[in-house]
Design a protein around this ligand. Structure first.
Ligand code: ADP
Length: 578
């Protein structure tokens, strides 16, 4: 009931359409209910009295009634379906906004494919229920009830007999509906899980192919499909037997009525025309009740799907607006920050990290992989909250900034920049949608991206394919740097920005970064020592702690320190590769 109310609320702006639908529904149902009555008149009056002209008129009226019925019923379908489609469109848009509004922890716990499944298949089930089915439901209800009234008016005696059949039929419907609902929910869950597997396979297709594991992925997906197929099979079986049962009961009722009605005609208690129209009403009622039965199962499926949709719709989203609107100077101070990812609370990743970055200072973080370097960035961006300790920005707790303001003031170039399937121009001004072409060009020049962009025939209008596949790693990186610089952020963060680059690109990225030194507070997480040498300060991290702080020269002198070892190791490696 609760869900029904929510659905009704969701379709509120479609109420005028639904009202029109109801008007046409009323007309078409009335026409359908009048029609058996006009047949009765044809048989009992025109045919019985062998009156040709009366027969002509009666047949003409019956045709007219039919015409009205078919036109209004098309209009009813049109209005109800349109209302349903509009509601589902709005629902999809709201669901997407809702998903985008969740915090990062939510995405750690959800598979992308499952969310996409919810957006497409759960809403599709609901779309069906809200559009076609709701119009058929109302029509069947009106016709079943109206037909019943007409039955009483035609022959009360006969009606009482068939009424015996209806209550057990209702009970049956309820029982089967419950069963179908349970199976539907499980089957939708299984389908969502299989979408999750497919999504992993498709988005990681390069890895899959490089290990020649197509078959492994195929099997994995097959297995998931098998589970959801098994449930669908069960559902089909239940639905099939139920609809069958309904039509069996309905058809037996017809035979029974012909027998009992025929007896009444023989006893001359009933006219042939009345019996005929009675039968037509019974068929109308039986058909409508049968329809209600199968609609009931569809609605139960939709009920399962909408439960999950509303669960997501009601999940609170991140508040990104409340708080200080932007960072002024760009001074950062980590004070004894402890942190564990919510998905692994027993595993501390940061164990009391303290350091500071003064305005316009460039600080590099080095350390072996898994030390917690990238996690520092996640904390600074407030993708996660600290377990204890605090992060001050310009002397204010970072929590006192609005998420929007904080993130708009920080330019982040991540390890694997993701480009959207739009033009390079749109990609660069992603973080500043109002930027002009000359601003975009100047940012691209700073990032040493302008030359390669203008070498494309379409220049800044060149379209980037899904995830920017036709750009090299270095080109993507420079587009990402241009995108970050365009915002003119107070704080620039580069997360291993040079690790995936060829020598030429690395050199250009390097130059781009050097140009920025001293212009804004910069935090660089780097593996290549060439990147960090010019930093004002280097933090050396090991197992969630900062173990050394100093300039390159200072740290390199400490021969027993980790930094010295890291430099030597890299030196060894580069000798090997030379
Ligand atoms: P680094 O950047 O120094 O290589 P990270 O900060 O990426 O290290 O990771 C530090 C530790 O945190 C690793 O043990 C890693 O497995 C873990 N970790 C990173 N991201 C997540 C996450 N989203 N959920 C759970 N654990 C994570």
């Amino acid at each position: 009931m609760e869900t029904f109310k929510k659905l009704l609320k969701l379709s509120r702006s479609e109420w005028p359409l639904l009202a029109w639908g109801l008007v046409f529904l009323a007309i078409s149902s009335a026409a359908l209910l009048v029609y058996p009555h006009s047949i009765k008149r044809i048989i009992d009056e025109a045919i019985a009295q062998k009156d040709q002209s009366q027969l002509n008129v009666a047949a003409f009226i019956a045709l007219g009634v039919f015409a009205i019925q078919s036109v209004t019923s098309a209009l009813r379908y049109y209005f109800f379906t349109l209302a349903g489609e509009k509601t589902v469109k709005r629902l999809r848009a709201r669901l997407f906004t809702q998903i985008m509004g969740q915090n990062i922890t939510f995405f750690d716990q959800q598979k992308t494919g499952e969310l996409l499944g919810r957006l497409s298949s759960d809403t599709a089930v609901l779309q069906n229920a809200l559009s076609v089915n709701i119009s058929m439901l109302v029509r069947s209800l009106v016709q079943a009830l109206g037909g019943l009234v007409m039955l009483f008016m035609t022959s009360a005696k006969l009606t009482v007999f068939i009424l015996v059949i209806i209550p057990p039929l209702g009970l049956l419907a309820a029982k089967f509906g419950k069963k179908v609902k349970a199976i539907s929910k499980r089957s939708q869950d299984a389908l969502a899980a299989s979408s999750g597997v497919a999504e992993e396979g498709i988005s990681g297709v390069r890895t899959v192919k490089s290990f020649a594991q197509e078959n492994f992925e195929n099997n994995r997906y097959d297995q998931r499909l098998e589970v959801s197929f098994g449930l669908s099979k069960e559902k089909i079986r239940v639905v099939a037997s139920f609809t069958n049962l309904v039509s069996l009961v309905g058809l037996s009722a017809v035979v029974f009525i012909i027998w009992y009605g025929g007896t009444l005609v023989i006893r001359e208690e009933l006219s042939v025309g009345t019996l005929t129209s009675f039968l037509l009403y019974v068929i109308t009622v039986a058909f409508s009740v049968g329809m209600l039965g199968s609609l009931w199962t569809d609605f139960m499926s939709a009920y399962g799907a909408s439960g999950r949709i509303f669960e997501l719709l009601e999940k609170p989203t991140e508040d990104i607006e409340t708080g200080l609107a932007h960072i002024e100077a760009g001074q950062i101070e980590f004070q004894d920050v402890h942190f564990a990812y919510p998905s692994r609370p027993e595993f501390p990743v940061l164990k009391g990290v303290s350091f500071s970055i003064f305005p316009n200072e460039t600080v590099a973080v080095v350390g072996s992989s898994g030390a917690g370097k990238s996690t520092l960035v996640q904390m600074l961006m407030r993708f996660y909250e600290t377990t204890s300790g605090s992060i001050l920005i310009d002397g204010h707790d970072s929590k006192s900034y609005s998420l929007k303001g904080l993130r708009e003031s920080i330019g982040l170039v991540s390890q694997e920049p993701v480009l959207v399937s739009e033009s390079l121009f749109e990609n660069i001004r992603y973080g500043k949608p109002e930027a002009t072409i000359s601003e975009v060009q100047s940012a691209a020049k700073k990032a040493f991206a302008h030359d390669f962009i203008t070498s494309f025939p379409d220049g800044y209008e060149t379209l980037v394919g899904e995830r920017g596949v036709q750009l090299s790693g270095g080109q993507k990186q420079r587009v990402a740097i241009a995108r970050a610089l365009l915002k003119n952020p107070r704080i620039l963060v580069l997360d291993e920005a040079t690790s995936a680059l060829d020598a030429e690109s690395e050199h250009l990225v390097q130059k781009a970064l050097e140009d920025q030194i001293g212009k804004r507070s910069t935090l660089i997480i780097a593996h290549r020592l060439s990147t960090v040498k010019r930093a004002d300060k280097i933090l050396v991290m090991q197992e969630g702690r900062v173990v050394q702080v100093g300039t390159h020269a200072e740290l390199f002198k400490q021969e027993s320190g980790l930094y010295h070892k890291l430099v030597e190791r890299q030196f060894e490696n580069s000798k090997e590769t030379l």
